[in-house]
Write a protein that binds this ligand. Structure first.
Ligand SMILES: Cc1ncc(C[n+]2csc(CCOP(=O)(O)OP(=O)(O)O)c2C)c(N)n1
Ligand SMILES: [Mg+2]
Length: 320
């Protein structure tokens, strides 16, 4: 493996991990409020998949989107400030953790409604087609979203119209407290694409290289103009669903077993074994990522609150 690329993958995963650990700490201090869905354990999915996308491609994600936003290049300070509700946040402090948005980077949310991003992605792909723009729209969604009508409607239309959508299912086995096998008659998610005549694939979501390879293959296919592809990435979240979750639906042993396959630890061990990462490299990477996160917190702390006079700006109200 090319050393620079390996470094970049490891750095991106570490940035997400440290950013979220800090966010959890700030949440317990009351600096961040509302919901906070951590991606810890799933970093290889966002980082691996993002390698296959160009800046022209669109990205749609869920409320568990800190990883995608960071990997897409939205500055950590703009994300931290968003979670503080500050005006220098990427959504001007109006969205918070679940609603990151950045038009310039073609990052179209952050969607709090389960499955809500799927029709948006299909619409973006249709717009790209109508405007003759070569653009793939990558749509991340959870295993819980496959139970939603929007999932089926979106796959159907995208396949029927051969739209350039890359459907990326982050299958972490649970939708809040509901295990996949408790809500799906067919728990093999990729097979759902068969009903729409859509090609599909699956990859180990704890292995950043496997995710990158599978996403590159799928994205190339979409780019050729053959229509959408469904790619299932099998992963696991190490933390609770959100901030208030006693985790009674899974055993500590199961969580511990998955932690043996921590995507960051796995990848750095692999690089060490290949002789392209030393302990000193890892320490300097940690220091540089730590500095970036500290800087992000400073930006959030120093950021301005939106002036009260602006609070009704962009608020949609119907006329009675
Ligand atoms: C339409 C809708 N129904 C229910 C909820 C409440 N809810 C929030 S997250 C969630 C679980 C979704 O699980 P999954 O899609 O697997 O994503 P994960 O949280 O595992 O990343 C549910 C049911 C919601 N936000 N939207
Ligand atoms: Mg899930």
């Amino acid at each position: 493996m090319d050393r620079d690329h390996a470094d970049a993958l490891l750095r991106e995963m570490l940035r997400i991990r440290r950013f979220e650990e800090k966010a959890a700490e700030l949440y317990s201090l009351g600096k961040i409020r509302g919901f906070l869905h951590l991606y810890i354990g799933e970093e290889a999915v966002a980082v691996g998949a993002m390698q296959a996308l160009t800046p022209e491609d669109g990205v749609v994600a869920t409320y568990r989107e800190h990883g995608q936003a960071l990997a897409r290049g939205i500055p950590a300070g703009a994300l931290m400030a968003e979670m503080y509700g500050k005006a220098n946040g990427c959504s001007r402090g109006r969205g918070g953790s679940m609603h990151f948005f950045d038009v310039a980077r073609r990052f179209y949310g952050g969607h709090a409604i389960v499955g809500g991003g799927l029709p948006v992605a299909v619409g973006l792909a249709l717009a790209a087609r109508l405007q003759s723009r070569a653009q793939v729209t990558a749509c991340f969604f959870g295993d819980g979203a496959v139970a939603e009508g929007e999932f089926h409607e979106s796959l159907n239309l995208a396949a029927l119209w051969k739209l350039p959508v890359l459907f990326l299912c982050e299958n972490n086995l649970y939708a809040m407290g509901t295990a996949l096998a408790r809500h799906q008659s067919q728990p093999d998610i990729r097979r759902k694409a068969d009903a729409y005549g859509m090609p599909s694939d699956a990859a180990d979501g704890m292995d950043v290289v496997a995710v990158e390879e599978a996403t590159r293959r799928a994205a190339e296919r979409v780019r050729r103009g053959d229509g959408p592809v469904l790619l299932e990435l099998r992963t696991y979240r190490f933390r609770a669903h959100s901030t208030a979750d006693p985790e009674l639906y899974r055993s500590k042993e199961e969580v511990a077993e998955w932690k043996q396959r921590d995507p960051i630890a796995l990848f750095s061990a692999r690089l060490q074994a290949m002789g392209i990462l030393t302990d000193a490299d890892q320490a300097s990477l940690e220091a540089s990522v730590g500095g970036e996160i500290d800087e992000a917190v400073r930006a959030a702390e120093a950021g301005p609150w939106e002036p009260v006079e602006d609070l009704t700006r962009d608020v949609y109200t119907g006329t009675p």
